[in-house]
Design a protein around this ligand. Structure first.
Ligand code: AMP
Length: 225
């Protein structure tokens, strides 16, 4: 019988703008579990100037650097203890380093690890066209263009390029991604946990493949082959 009381502890790995945030959100909605994103948590701290860590977090993020692991581990450990995480959660942006992956092993019992694969060339093209407004609505000048390239269609606020999407930080973010995250991809691959998904397909197809794998796994766990 099915004994896992927290069956939906999943993480989604992938380079910046691989679509991992979108996919994690869709999977979270599908299984009625919270979507946890360390990028969103850290953006909130950065924007809250009354927060004691705001200036320090801003400095790391605006320079395309990783925020110190000790702080991020603490934030994640607190978040996954939340009552809304009792059946699990879908998390992206964490772990980003081997140290964070090892920490997560001690704090959680991860059921699924998805890797969304996108080549560096596509990443650079996707990042350079991304525009956001202060309310977090996201557009792309080529793939999902707003009517006016400087105004958000949803709320009418001005659109801007995130500091960490600017050309000078894009390459640095990719370098950091490969330097830090390639090792955790190997870590999960060697444990036989990694499920690789082609992230250059349509959003719907990427979503379908993730959910399909989860449903197949759940069916086999309850004995419905
Ligand atoms: P994201 O929205 O996931 O691309 O994250 C934006 C920025 O937040 C990153 O460039 C880092 O500066 C910081 N960040 C997010 N997640 C982590 C993490 N797990 N460890 C360290 N820094 C992080």
């Amino acid at each position: 019988m099915f004994k896992n009381e927290k069956p939906f502890e999943l993480i989604v790995l992938g380079p910046p703008v691989s679509g991992k945030g979108t996919q994690t959100e869709l999977v979270a909605k599908t299984f009625s579990i919270p979507h946890i994103s360390t990028g969103v948590i850290l953006h909130a701290i950065k924007s809250d100037t009354s927060h004691p860590m705001s200036a320090e977090v801003r400095d790391y993020m605006d320079n395309g650097k990783l925020v110190p692991t000790e702080l991020v581990n603490k934030l994640v450990a607190e978040r996954i203890k939340g009552e809304d995480c009792k059946f699990g959660y879908a998390m992206d942006g964490f772990p980003r380093t081997l140290e964070q992956a090892q920490f997560l092993d001690s704090a959680a019992d991860i059921d699924y690890v998805f890797l969304i694969k996108v080549t560096d060339e596509i990443i650079i093209e996707r990042m350079s066209g991304r525009r956001v407004c202060k309310n977090g609505h996201t557009w792309h000048l080529k793939y999902s263009p707003p009517k006016n390239p400087t105004i958000c269609d949803t709320c009418g606020e001005p659109l801007f390029q995130r500091d960490d999407d600017k050309p000078e930080t894009v390459q640095s973010r990719l370098d950091i991604y490969h330097r830090e995250t390639d090792s955790i991809v190997e870590y999960y691959r060697s444990k036989g946990m990694l499920k690789e998904i082609d992230g250059e397909q349509h959003i719907e197809e990427v979503y379908y493949q993730i959910v399909r794998q989860m449903v197949d796994d759940l069916r086999s766990k309850v004995g419905w082959k």
